[in-house]
Design a protein. Sequence first.
Lengths: 306, 240, 368
Amino acid sequence: METPIVVQDVHKSFGKVKALHDISFTVNEGELFGLIGPDGAGKSTLFRILTTLLLADKGQATVNGLDVVKDYKAIRKIVGYMPGRFSLYQDLTVQENLDFFATIFNTTVAANYELIEEIYVQIAPFKDRPAGKLSGGMKQKLALCCALVHKPVVLFLDEPTTGVDPVSRKEFWEMLQRLRKKGIAILVSTPYMDEAMLCDRVALIQNGRLLEIDTPQHIIEQYNKPMWAVHAKRMYPLIQDLRSFPETESCYAFGEYLHLTLKHGEADLDKLQAYLQPKGHEEFSMHPIQAGIEDCFMELMKSEKV
Amino acid sequence: MHPIVTKELTKKFGAFIATNAITFEVKEGEIFGFLGANGAGKTTAMRMLCGLLKPSSGEAKVAGFDVYTQADKVKQNIGYMSQRFSLYEDLKVKENIRFYGGIYGLSNNTIKEKTKQLLQKLQMEAEADQLVSALPLGWKQKLAFSVAILHDPSIVFLDEPTGGVDPVTRRQFWDLIYEAAGRGVTVFVTTHYMDEAEYCDRISIMVDGRIQALDTPRQLKAQFQADSMDDVFLKLARGK
Amino acid sequence: MRQFFVFARKEFYHIFRDKRTLLILFGMPVVQIVLFGFAITNEIKNAEIAVLDQSRDYYSNRLVQQLQAGSYFKIDQELQSHQAIEAAFREGRIKMVVVIPPKFGESFFHLHKAQVQLLADAGDPNTATTLINYARAIIGNYQQELNGPQAMPLTINTTVRMQYNPALKSVFLFVPGVMTLILLLVSAMMTSITIAREKELGTMEILLVSPLPPAMIVTGKVVPYIVLSFINALVILGMGVWLFGMPIKGSIVLLLLECALFVLTSLGLGILISTVTDKQQTAMMASMMGLLMPTVLLSGFIFPVESMPLPLRLLSNIMPAKWFIIILKDIMLKGSGLREVWPQSLVLCGMTLLFVTISIRKFKIRLS
């Protein structure tokens, strides 16, 4: 069995803009690999290079052992691809879309039914509805179905959950987990940091550069600074006060708490207490926490910029 | 006088009820999160409140004006920013600001003054003469927000303003929102990031055209015995 | 083959589910042909004229009656004086004034010379010339009638026969023109738009990342339009024949084959346009500006190629429409066979080949 995806020193520029800079990583068999980064980081460009739609300026890439430039025809037979925006025929019904994509891949829906069954039963009640009239979550499920219908060896999903509500997102990821168990290697990109935790390994990407490649657990463990979650009744004044505290290294809002790191870690705690005391924040609370993937990403982003 | 008051606000498209008798009010200077699954009726409700869509029945007053009869007054008193349409990509930063200032009838001097302040606040003085298309997404969104409140509206509507934006810029964006709210601007915001829901003073969650929950994030978590807003959302949307 | 069939079927779904496409496909040809056939015409019918008859004798009366007899002129008012002429023109209704001087009959028979003055509103020179010509012809006939059987000494009788279109029906000119235009529009514009739409919607990305060969993608998209364009050609021909009495003197089989050839040429053009455009709007603009306008202006459809300055005449040679209009007219009106129209057909074949070759060479197997 060949390695599903190997990327080596890939560079790509559009005019003056460097879309990808020295990208290298490997996706192993049956791995769910996440490409995590904001819009414009270069995720879609990388997907298009791997799906043989774009040529890299420099570097090599193989999909299932096939070269993305030389063997593009062979690759097109074995990959499933879901582009960043919804790319099915909106005026065709669910069933017509499925049949169409099955046929152009020289197969039928029935032939690989067991693979798509679980997703298909969810969209089956709407099978006579035009794809354009489906809700966001349903559209993504249909698109996934269409990308899977020919039983691809490698699955490329470019931001499948963008703009999708949290419930549908969760369901979508549950499906990906099960597909992975069936041995399909999956490369998936997302701008949602919380989804990184659901991947086997992730690559964090920003401005066309990879910041880190590792398992999400490892990335979090490597974050060695002590961090506190801080809360008060009025959050905005608290943020402002903490940011103007000279020993504060970073202070970001995370849900109902602020995540705070200090320049000298625990050594600064007393100073902080003395600083905050006279400000009189109501319902003030503060407790140490383990950093999340988003904290790590932000930390990595900062060091990248310097 | 609350800036947004609705009573049994309903919109039907044929037999389909997009927004089903929603009743709520938003207080002055509040950051009000408007959540819901795709197709739950958020966009429809937001369009009615912005005076873009006539309701089928019910009442709604925005900034004290009736959305049925005073839609033009409503529009003058609100700011609006969406993820999709915000700024003209082929105009320069300065030109965009001038254009929107002009739309809302600001005088040339005011526009000049405000442009200066705005660019200074966003630390974008150096980019004033750049085309918007050349800016990173996060900057565009911050600029778009600042432009949406250029005419000092009492309410600003934000439709998924931070979609796809990197985590640092996303937080800088929320700093802008907090600051605006601190000045008394009422903020009405939709988002798919559940952690952002926690930044809101109060949240409403829509399911199938109805508001199923409305409270502060803390209360909602207590009510649904959930650890995070994510859980609250899942319990609500799945438990139907 | 099954792939191809499914692809083509999908294309038909797109067409039949989009009311606007359907309207353009089938509504536009009918509307255009009716418009051109009935409304926009060079013929003069019931033109309103005024008469200043200062003679008021038997002969002048009969002349006026003759003018009125055909369907060409309608006498709107009878003027009483020269001063009234100016005023009558100013009212704007009348297009021509016929002035018959006093003692018309008397001068004709005794002096062998009578005068009739024709005053036309030359603000619209084409109409004015046509009206004057009609009036002259009527007056000429009247003169012969008065002369009776005895021939005038030494006159040259010109008998005019308008070859191939004896009734001078402008619709005979327009049917081939409209047909050409419609085929070009439907085939070229619709194909370029439909391919651009796949790019715009992002579905082209998925199609490219499938084992479908690019040639299959293009043929799959184009074949439905070949069928529809051909049906359109039949509809227009049918309307031309049954509604406007247009003859088909040559072989119908040859005519249909030539139509098929032109459909292919247009499709080639459409595919060519689509290879260089990514957006439906750009494709539409390119088709409109690049095809429609030059075709209308330069193909000889509206303005005769012969009267154009040399550079434009040369330019008109690269319009596929020009050659097809010639072929259509020759077959339908003159009854020409392949022996006469082979050079034009060859030009179209060459153009088709050229368009398809360039398209294939330019078709991207990748996104950029």
